[in-house]
Structures are given as structure tokens and as C-alpha cells.
Design a binder for this molecule. Sequence first.
Ligand code: XIL
Length: 401
Amino acid sequence: MLAIHATGRKSRIRPRFVHRSLEPARVTTSRSNFIAGVSAAATAVAVEGKPAFAAQTLASAATRNHRFFGSAVRVDQLDNEPDLRGVAVRECTYVVPEVEMNWNAIEPFYGQLAFEKVDALVDFAGSNHKLLRGHTLLWHLGTPGWAFEMLRERRDWALIERHFGSLIGRYGSVIEQWEVVNEPIDVGYRLDGLRETIFLEAFGPDYIARALTQARALAPRAQLLINEYGLEYDVAEERERRYLLLKLLERLRRANVPLDALGVQGHLDLRKGHVSQPAIGRFLEDVAGLGLAIVVTELDVKEADYVATAEQRDRLVADEVRRYLDVVLAHGAVAGVTTWGLSDRHSWLLVMPEDYARFPGAWKDGSGPGLNRGLPFDSSMRPKPMYDAIREAFSAARSRN
Ligand code: XIL
């Protein structure tokens, strides 16, 4: 269990490990920290009395491949749902706070810092040998209203420094990876492709380099990431986003800005057809060519066909995940995969009114499509074909080392 020194705002979490899990082809001393937990987990085989799992878990399949597997989790769900907690303990080498670390969750009102939930997640990670990714330091959609207004009024970098200082100050010693900027690219507006956020408005295009430099000063040993979505399909918007993101990464590298990895969110969408393996392959090659590691940070699948049987739907999801991971894990630069949740019952991907509208005449009997089935476990926490697809993709991929 991690000890948090109870000295109020100034409290610090004791250093636990120094780990460079993104570095290519290097086994680090702290690996043993979580390998112990992972192999213990790999022997667990039953859920609710059913021998539902093979002896190999996602964590152990990934670890054997010299990579990691993990998921976004919510602390209140981990606390209240023992089946979810069990799966997270067994299957994950990484956990990521789904919402609790966003600025608007950490500091909903100016000066009122709400650390309890992340503290609890740090405890969970510490007692279960999990690594932690900080999601996310700067995100336009995770910024509290008061910060928005202050940034607009004052354009004062001290606000950013203060925010980074409170998060990294408290968690810097236990967080392996920080997503420093989330979703900086927006297609169709500016030549440089930068999203017109409050950060751009307040500080200009340089805000990304400044944020990374600031993060490095506070967290000298952590891996620093930029995280982005919409990079998987061979459609004009995503071609453009890949191009603009690559240009941004090139500029940052050329200027020697501290940056270790690109996070590709990996929100797959069956409504868009199949992912483009050639486009993804080329893009990841280019990113790796800049000397950056790559992490799939938020894998899940939005479905298209809600009238098929559950078996057919699960098959379509799993096939797409396999198509995606096969090309992604072919790259030595890819350090690991985290899904955006474990069970369909917690997915942020909802079946929307427009999904119902695409199937007029369906569900006349009053039934419905149920939940979107785009995560590895169903709503009863039973592993689905997507689970096998991830495990098999790790097993089939050439090891990173
Ligand atoms: C989502 C959460 O899952 C939702 O619960 C929340 O309401 C909105 O944000 N990209 C990201 C994540 O980087 O933070 C988002 O998470 C999903 C898209």
C-alpha cells in the first residue's frame, strides 16, 4: 500500500519505482514489480465458478510480448463492483483514471483540490502491482470553467504551472506516463492543424512545447505523451489529421522538446468500415522514425450493426480489433495497449437515438439493441471474442525485445 503523507496540500506520495516502460527493447529493474503481480494473476481461472479464462491473461500475454495491457478505470466502480475489481487486478498491468484526474475533476472550484479518488486509485495500483498513466494534464474538454475564464483574462502561464505542480507534485513519483496534451489537433481550421483551444488562445502555438517542458521539469523520469484520436481510417479527415499530427511531432522533435511517446487513442468505429492497415502502418512507421514510442491509449469499438445477433456483433468487434492490433503490434515502437474500460456496462460509447434511427422497424417486440459491445468483457463481466482477439494479437506479435 502506498503511503500518502497527510500534510494537506503539500502531501506527497512516496516514490515507488523508477521505470522506463516505453523505452524500446529494455527490460528494467522495476519490471519485476509488476511481473510478480501479473504471473500471480495469470493463474486465476474462474469467474463466478466458471472456468471462463485460459491460464494466460491479457496482462501476461502482453508481458510475454514485452508490452503492457491495461484499462481506464473509475475508482467508484472499482470500489463498488468486486467483479470489475477482480478483472482489473487479474488482467491489467496498467490502470488509467478515466475521468478523475482531469483538471475539472481535480480542481472543480479554484483552490479546492479533490485528490481523494486519484489517491484511492494510487493505493489500488500500489497494492496490486499496477502501473499508472496520468490522463490528462491539458485537455480542452477536461478544463474547469473557472480556469477557462482565468486563462482568457490573464493569459498567465503561472496557472498552468500551478496545475501541473499540484498534480505532478502529488503523483509524480508513482506515475509512469503522463499524457501532457490530449487531442491537440483539429482538422479544417488552421494551417498548422492546432485545435483552437483556450490554451492556444492564451499562449499561442508554443503552448504544447511549453507544457511538455514544464512537465519534464516536474517529472524528470516519467514518460511524456501527446495523445490523439481519429488516426485509423483511410478517409480525408483522418489522412489530414495523421499528416498534421506528424508535422507537429516533427516540429517538437526538431526543437528538442521533451516528448517520449505518442498516444493513439484507438477508438475504432465500425460505422466507418474497416481500419486501414496500410495507413496505420505507414503512420506508425513515421512516428517511430522520429524516435518516439507509441501507446494505444483508449481502445474500444463503436458498433454499426445493432440488429445482428450478439454473437455476430461480438465477432465483428473482435475481427476489427484483431485487424487493428495486428498492424499496430507489428511495430516495435508500440509499448502497449490500454482499453477505454473493461466491461460494456461501463463504456462511454452509448447506443444513441441516431443508431436506433438507422434501423426503423427493428425491435418491434419492445426489445432493443442492448449496450454497445465494444469492450473485452460483456455486462456480466464475461470475456467476449474481443478479449481473445487482444490476447491472441499479443501472442502472435513479434516480441518487442
Ligand atoms: C470520456 C469518458 O470516458 C467519459 O466518461 C466522459 O464523460 C467523457 O470523456 N478521449 C479521451 C477521454 O481522451 O478522456 C474520453 O473519455 C474519451 C475520448
